[in-house]
Write a protein that binds this ligand. Structure first.
Ligand SMILES: Cc1ncc(COP(=O)(O)O)c(C=O)c1O
Length: 419
């Protein structure tokens, strides 16, 4: 049998067939060895002074957290629940940062209890931490800054540059630091800037990081003392289409080395908080075809799962890569499978083929009684039929926990962890 998947899918054809024949659809499946390999690859590409914190929100699955904790990763948490999950997985508060534009008392208490480095988003956070912190030494925190300009974002998810719910606006920094100085139990000793998301170009990421370093320098000068941490955020992108390039993490790592050299004033540690880059390629989402139709010229494939399991395409307008699988036959083709004869891609298994007829643009709809229930458009074979399975690649991030699971009371999809 030809293994016809590419690096957009965590598993080869045979494994996907095994998983789909053994499982009730719909389900997510994740490969922990892919997670380990991604972490090691990124770690190896980065200078030693760059810490790596996995952004839990991208996929908080316990086996994944355990895998990253065993690799020595730090974690970026954004709720009390994420803090508990990381501690349960073997992570520690000394390797944890805590972010969020509207932290509840419970969130702050969980972060403090764990010993995480909190990122303050405004003076209210500083005032509340001043009261909650019980230690004898001042609590070291980072200030999240919303840059005035000079950042670029490939797909607007975080919202770099403009008005934002996140952080302190750069132009307000001086006032903020003057006010924060009155709270002697809290000490600003780090800066966090996160202004871009799903960026595939190392050069653009590095340009943003240079902007962040310039902001950090300004904070250090205004404070009149050394910063110990500059957190450059996440935003390392993965490709959702065959036509997109993969992010070159080696050139990102080399560039960060240069950024450190260019900023000798900074003696602390840099932190990256990637979520998607580490977790997206670990997972697939598989849903069986219930029926197909053509409505006024548009081709629809209706699946057993929809935006109750995968919400991202509706929110971002970007589809996941797909392939269609026929039990007992194999991969029929899809937008995530290259045309026959093309060489396999990075991490891919073999030369793919299309066997299910011509690939045609197809709207993927789910079972919910709303026309909003679209999980993307994709080129899929014409002869798809009930019982075939559509596999969505790169579904290890911003998928299972980002969806509207409870809407219409369908069962939650299973999650299968393979190592
Ligand atoms: C504070 C923070 N860090 C890290 C991330 C992870 O971003 P990504 O998955 O794009 O790397 C996010 C995503 O929203 C975030 O808000």
């Amino acid at each position: 049998m030809t293994a016809a998947t590419t690096d957009l899918f965590a598993f080869g054809e045979e494994r996907l067939e095994e998983l789909t024949s053994a499982r009730r659809s719909p389900f997510f499946a994740y490969d922990l060895s892919t997670a380990r390999e991604r972490y090691r690859r990124l770690r190896a590409a980065l200078p030693g002074r760059v810490r790596l914190a996995y952004a839990v929100k991208s996929n908080p699955g316990l086996p994944l957290l355990e895998t990253f904790a065993a690799e020595g990763a730090w974690f970026d948490c954004a709720s009390a629940g994420e803090v508990s999950a990381v501690l349960a997985a073997g992570g520690t508060g000394s390797g944890m940062v805590f972010a969020g534009p509207a932290k509840s008392e419970r969130d702050l208490q969980a972060a403090l209890f764990a010993g995480a480095r909190v990122q303050v988003d405004g003076i209210e956070d500083v005032a509340r931490l001043h009261v909650l912190h019980t230690g004898t030494e001042p609590l070291r925190v980072s200030v999240r800054v919303n840059p005035a300009s000079g950042v670029s974002e490939a797909a607007s998810i975080i919202g770099g540059g403009g008005p934002s719910a996140f952080g302190v606006d750069e132009e307000e920094l001086e006032d903020f630091l003057a006010q924060a100085a009155a709270y002697e139990r809290v000490r600003i000793s780090g800066v966090q800037v996160f202004a871009a998301s799903n960026e595939l170009d190392a050069g653009r990421l590095l340009a943003n990081h240079r902007t962040s370093m310039a902001i950090a320098r300004k904070v250090q000068e205004l404070l009149g003392r050394d910063l110990d941490l500059v957190d450059l955020g996440g935003g390392l992108g993965v490709r959702y289409a065959m036509s997109q390039p993969s992010l070159d993490v080696r050139s990102l790592g080399a560039g960060l080395g240069r950024v450190l050299d260019e900023n000798p004033w900074f003696a602390g540690e840099l932190l990256l908080e990637p979520g998607r880059w580490l977790s997206a390629p670990t997972g697939v989402y598989c849903a069986r075809v219930v029926r197909t139709k053509v409505s006024r010229g548009e081709r629809f494939v209706m699946l057993e799962g929809g935006i109750n399991h995968l919400l991202r395409p509706l929110m971002t307008g970007q589809s996941f890569p797909t392939l269609a699988l026929r039990p007992g036959v194999g991969v029929l083709g899809g937008s995530g499978v290259s045309a026959g004869g093309r060489p396999p891609l990075e991490g891919g298994d073999d030369v793919p083929r299309a066997e299910g007829g011509e690939l045609v643009p197809t709207t993927l709809a789910g079972p919910l009684c709303t026309s909003l229930d679209r999980v993307g458009t994709s080129d899929l074979p014409t002869d798809l039929r009930p019982g075939d399975v559509v596999v969505f690649g790169q579904a290890g991030a911003y998928a299972y926990t980002q969806a509207m699971t409870h809407f219409l009371s369908h069962p939650a999809p299973d999650q299968v962890w393979v190592d």
